[in-house]
Design a protein around this ligand. Structure first.
Ligand code: T3D
Length: 261
């Protein structure tokens, strides 16, 4: 059997692609372990300066593999604590990834599949794709960070509605709601994502990582605390090779080249 997740690094961009199109890229255990581990690979590799998450076939991901869930339940196998073991580490790996993460949403993203896309820094969404907060449909609460990320994307009342009354949110509505960064024709998704990923991979990686840290910290701290944290991160980026070179380039009226440090 082929690997459930493919991992490729080219031109500073790591692409992590779910590769179970026959199951709408649902997460069975092997897929969860591979996806989680590839996120850690991308985080640890300094040559990777941007990460793309995507699916193969007509879906991004239908979330938890419900066929495997039922098979395990019926076989009496001990149920793993998959939230703690698999989904939580994925969300934390994406949100703390010290480089930008793009979700290239090629098709439907449901349940944990939607949550993972919400955790990314950018969601580039194919016109025919959509999101479905499917959890309540199978009598579950939300996981993989959806209760945290979705309300930050769309606000508390809309997040409540979308979680309690799940339906497929089409790409155009996802754009209006602020879930999608950009919606593109299906046949242009790969090119648009490649262009954005290449641009980000050639950018000031340490500054991007620091901006992500500043945003995440400020989301849960007071203004005085956020200001102190901003000061620390400004000192860090202010001492970087990229900052020094970019300021020199600006004053020389040249285009900066960023090395990511
Ligand atoms: O243990 C835990 O803690 C659980 C953790 C849970 C995290 C979660 O992600 S819970 C949410 C799980 N996901 C869902 O509930 C979504 C279920 N799927 C759907 O609602 C729909 O399939 C979609 C909206 C995603 C797409 O609809 P549509 O009409 O385009 O496709 P379809 O006909 O429903 O599905 C096509 C096939 O994929 C079908 O198989 P078949 O009949 O051709 O053999 C369907 O059963 C299969 N499929 C779809 N989703 C899943 C799935 N198989 C396994 N797991 C799935 N999640």
């Amino acid at each position: 059997p082929h690997a459930p997740v493919s991992y490729e690094v080219a031109d500073g961009v790591a692409t992590i692609a779910l590769a179970r199109p026959e199951s709408l890229n649902a997460f069975d255990d092997a897929t969860k372990v591979a996806f989680r581990d590839h996120l850690h690979d991308a985080a640890a590799d300094d040559t990777v300066r941007c990460v793309v998450l995507t699916g193969s076939g007509r879906a991004f991901s239908a979330g938890q593999d419900l066929k495997e869930l039922v098979a395990k339940r019926d076989s009496g196998a001990p149920l793993s604590n998959t939230v703690e073991e698999h989904y939580n580490p994925m969300v934390l790996a994406i949100t703390t990834m010290p480089k930008p993460v793009i979700a290239a949403v090629n098709g439907i993203a449901a349940g944990a599949g939607a949550s993972l896309a919400f955790a990314a820094d950018f969601r580039i969404v194919a016109e025919s794709a959509g999101f479905n907060l499917a959890f309540a449909g199978i009598a579950l609460s939300a996981d993989t960070g959806a209760s945290w990320t979705l309300q930050r994307l769309v606000g508390f009342p809309k997040a409540t509605e979308l979680l309690l009354l799940p339906r497929t949110i089409r790409a155009d509505e996802a754009l209006q709601l602020g879930i999608a960064t950009q919606v593109v024709p299906d046949d242009e998704l790969a090119d648009v994502v490649r262009e954005l990923a290449t641009r980000l991979a050639a950018g000031p990686t340490l500054a991007y990582a620091s901006l992500k840290r500043a945003l995440a910290y400020s989301a849960t701290h007071s203004l005085p605390e956020a200001l102190t944290n901003e000061g620390r991160l400004m000192a860090l980026t202010g001492a970087s090779e990229d900052h020094r070179a970019a300021v020199n380039a600006f004053l020389a009226k040249e285009k900066p080249t960023f090395v990511g440090r």
